[in-house]
Design a protein around this ligand. Structure first.
Ligand code: HEC
Ligand code: HEC
Ligand code: HEC
Ligand code: HEC
Length: 378
């Protein structure tokens, strides 16, 4: 079947070749000829076989399989090695010494191969991560509410808040950048993975709807928020992981927070937007945001399979014009683990993948990597 499709693609490529304009200088992956592929095979035998095999199967753990991998992704990776965006000294040197044409042929050859055959894996439950976060959250719920919805004026809700913001905010108390006695002592002694699990738990809680506060006028507040929405989202529901949602927040906390930016809380971006607000404006804005309906910024996946469904929105799409994401089904497990850790720890450049993985413990990385390694490659 694969060969049949390939045959059809090749004949289409040959038809494409009658248009001489762009095929010579910069052929797109679709316009591969059989000659390219057999030239590629010779290059692979000479330069790549020792590690990636002639059949595209990595010969040892942590060497990626390349068989049937997307051509565009492989070319993008090679460019990243050359430019040092992906760090691997040996590959950088080797890729740097090869001609562009040879590289394209080698990659075309690997892309044309049938996928590797691999053993299948069972699904793994991930709920323990969230259970751990929930257990840690017990230290916070007295003030922030059982489900992260605070009912104490001046104490913020954490339910449904944006993940990166929440982690950063917790760290600010931790490091004493935000000085609140109660919060500082709460945070002492916790380490980063614990903070991240905690944050993950709160992020997945559902924010409650609030009734109108005893102060401020929400109707008067709304027009005053015109310039806030660009960052904080429509009606205060943020869609950016580093910018907090304001919708459904405790109104007294909102007032305190806005005032704090004018004095103690250092944030260049926020200061300039709130510096000109009078006390009445601040109360009105707080009243407006407090009664808006918010939603959870994240949901807790219960199993590796469920998590993979999210990853597959990018990874399981062929010919995505917006990005070159690799196929992962059947990929080498150790290689996936290594790649995910590199993204998480900021050692492999991709802000998209870093944002995705920065809260992942080693356990979650191993689970999702096992899951992918055990899926039939295609
Ligand atoms: C000495 C062993 C070795 C040789 C020879 C080698 N590679 Fe690799 N290759 C690796 C390793 C190890 C990685 C993973 C490195 C990393 O962590 O980024 C890799 C990664 C890649 C990737 C990125 C795959 C992905 O899923 O991100 C591509 C594409 C690739 N190699 C192509 C080639 C080609 C084409 C050749 C021959 C011209 C070649 N390699 C030769 C060891 C090798
Ligand atoms: C004794 C009550 C109390 C306890 C217990 C407590 N907090 Fe707080 N927390 C507060 C108060 C009050 C504020 C608002 C401080 C301010 O105005 O900066 C706050 C603020 C925060 C913020 C900032 C929210 C934002 O929108 O910027 C975060 C995050 C937070 N707490 C997390 C936690 C976590 C996690 C725990 C448990 C480990 C915890 N807190 C335990 C009282 C408490
Ligand atoms: C340019 C983007 C931007 C604009 C415009 C903006 N904000 Fe913010 N706001 C942020 C960011 C980013 C943070 C988090 C900063 C930090 O870590 O202290 C924040 C934090 C806040 C907080 C603290 C929330 C909390 O949970 O502690 C409040 C309250 C707030 N903004 C209100 C407003 C209001 C009201 C306006 C409009 C008058 C506004 N912001 C305009 C980006 C913006
Ligand atoms: C929004 C799109 C998107 C989503 C969602 C996404 N990824 Fe990615 N992923 C990418 C892109 C693009 C790359 C290539 C980045 C690069 O060049 O390093 C990538 C690369 C990777 C790699 C490197 C693989 C290799 O062959 O080198 C791994 C591993 C990975 N992603 C795992 C995951 C996991 C696990 C999830 C789900 C938790 C996920 N990704 C969700 C877009 C996405």
């Amino acid at each position: 079947m694969k060969n049949l499709i390939l045959g059809i693609m090749l004949s289409m490529a040959l038809i494409g070749c009658t248009d001489k304009k762009d095929t010579t200088a910069n052929p797109t992956p679709e316009k591969r000829s059989a000659a390219d592929i057999s030239a590629g095979k010779a290059i692979v035998e000479r330069d790549c076989k020792g590690c990636h095999g002639l059949d595209g199967r990595g010969i040892a753990p942590a060497i990626p399989h390349l068989a049937a991998q997307r051509e565009r992704y492989m070319l993008a990776s090679i460019k990243e090695y050359k430019e040092g965006k992906r760090t691997h000294a040996a590959l950088r040197d080797m890729m740097g010494n090869m001609s562009e044409a040879d590289m394209r042929s080698a990659v075309a050859y690997y892309a044309s191969l049938p996928p590797v055959v691999n053993a299948s894996a069972k699904d793994v439950q991930l709920s323990s991560l969230y259970q751990e976060g929930k257990a840690l959250a017990a230290a916070c719920t007295k003030c922030h509410g059982e489900d992260g919805n605070s009912r104490i004026p001046g104490t913020p809700s954490l339910a449904g808040q944006q993940l990166h913001y929440l982690v950063a905010a917790i760290q600010e108390y931790h490091q004493g950048e935000r000085k609140v006695a109660a919060m500082k002592s709460m945070m002492r002694g916790s380490n980063t993975p614990e903070l991240e699990k905690l944050a993950l738990y709160f992020v997945s809680q559902t924010p409650a709807q609030r009734s109108a506060p005893s102060f401020g006028d929400p109707v008067a507040g709304e027009p005053a928020t015109a310039m806030c929405g660009g960052c904080h989202g429509s009606n205060g529901v943020s869609t950016d992981s580093a910018t907090p949602s304001l919708a459904g927040q405790d109104p007294q906390y909102l007032v305190n927070a806005i005032r704090a930016y004018r004095k103690t809380r250092q944030n260049w971006g926020m200061q300039r937007y709130v510096a000109g607000l009078g006390d009445k404006d601040i109360e009105n804005i707080a009243a407006f945001y407090a009664i808006q309906k918010s939603k959870a910024a994240g949901e807790a996946p219960s199993s590796a399979k469920e998590l993979a469904e999210k990853c597959n929105r990018c990874h399981d799409v062929d010919d995505n014009p917006a990005m070159a994401a690799p196929k992962m089904n059947g990929q080498d497990k150790d290689y996936l683990i290594m790649a995910l850790r590199a993204y998480r720890d900021g050692k492999r450049e991709s802000s998209m993948m870093h944002n995705m993985s920065f809260t992942y413990s080693n356990a979650i990385i191993e689970s999702i990597s096992s899951w992918y390694a055990g899926q039939p490659a295609r």
